[in-house]
Design a protein around this ligand. Structure first.
Ligand code: ZN
Length: 316
């Protein structure tokens, strides 16, 4: 029997049928978010009690503001409580759309595009996407393991003057360091400078001591090997050496290639102050690349939980 393998990413992904529906209607969006956040056991985000109920009017119809109430702590809440979209007036169906697009577009999605596709203002679209990127940040908590490739690149910013052709070091572009496990996860960090001290501290903070570190010939990395059981290997790009056995930086270069295609093609000039958010988005999609599109969207929605509590307590 012939097996069709194309469209693998969407064929069995029921979520891709639910999400477009949720993006079209506020009630469906609320029910979608409730189902994905709480599953079959809706609980109170304030005290975690399961003794909760949907608030309804006298004729049994669900309230228009989709509130819930907890019998234990008596607080009222909604599916927004304790998430990055808690204090936003933007309809939940647009948040569904934002999460969906940001989780599934390879190169990213711009606020201008969301503005055109939802009818939200550009400002609201940007606000929403920045919150989603905030939710996606720090998708890797544990230190990286195994063979870890480390490299720095320069992104964003505008040339200091027209016609400037200089690239990389010596421009006002923002240096970003990425650390990638082979066949694994990536961490990205925009940095103020690329001195040996900065780079080595970053590696020591983010990579397990049992790892092997692989970099290019940048002397800033010299000496890092003494801290790692696997040591430190480097390839000498300036001498046209790209691969020596399993010593290469192909993994990290393919990650940077996606970032650069996205930043140049979708976001154009990203200012330094916002760059870390965009990097978080690329990092998130990369780290969950094995997931189906729908699964990855749900993952992003889940990661928005708890983030809001840093600023605001539950609805009293
Ligand atoms: Zn409660």
């Amino acid at each position: 029997m012939k097996t069709k393998i194309q469209n693998r990413s969407t064929k069995d992904d029921i979520i891709t049928k639910e999400i477009p529906m949720a993006c079209s209607n506020e009630k469906l969006a609320v029910e979608f978010m409730e189902a994905k956040r709480w599953g079959d056991h809706p609980f109170c985000p304030c005290c975690a009690s399961l003794d909760v109920y949907q608030m309804r009017s006298l004729d049994g119809v669900r309230q228009e503001n989709f509130r819930w109430r907890c019998r234990d702590c008596r607080k009222q809440y909604t599916v927004r409580t304790g998430t990055v979209f808690e204090d936003s007036k933007i309809e939940l169906r647009h948040w569904c759309f934002g999460f969906w697009r940001a989780s599934t577009s390879k190169k990213g999605v711009s606020a201008l595009e969301v503005h055109r596709q939802t009818g939200l203002s550009y400002k609201s679209s940007l606000f929403m996407l920045n919150r989603i990127r905030f939710a996606m940040a720090d998708s890797v908590q544990d230190p990286l393991k195994g063979d870890v490739e480390v490299d720095e690149t320069y992104v964003g910013g505008k040339p200091r003057y027209k016609g400037q052709s200089k690239r990389g070091r010596g421009t006002n572009k923002q240096p970003v360091v990425a650390l990638v496990e082979r066949q694994g996860r990536v961490k990205t960090k925009p940095v103020a400078n690329v001195t040996g001290k900065t780079l080595k501290t970053l590696i020591l903070d983010n990579v397990c001591k049992t790892s092997r570190i692989i970099t290019d010939e940048n002397p800033s990395y010299n000496g890092i090997g003494q801290h790692y059981e696997g040591g430190h290997e480097s390839v000498c790009h300036s001498a046209k050496e790209y691969v020596r056995g399993d010593i290469h930086s192909n993994t990290i270069e393919s990650f940077f290639a996606i970032v650069k295609r996205g930043l140049n093609g979708i976001y154009h000039a990203v200012s330094k102050e916002h760059l870390h958010r965009y990097m978080a988005e690329y990092e998130f999609r990369y780290n969950f690349r094995e997931m189906e599109d729908g699964e990855r969207t749900i993952q992003a929605i889940h990661s928005s939980q708890g983030k809001r509590l840093m600023y605001k307590e539950c609805i009293a």
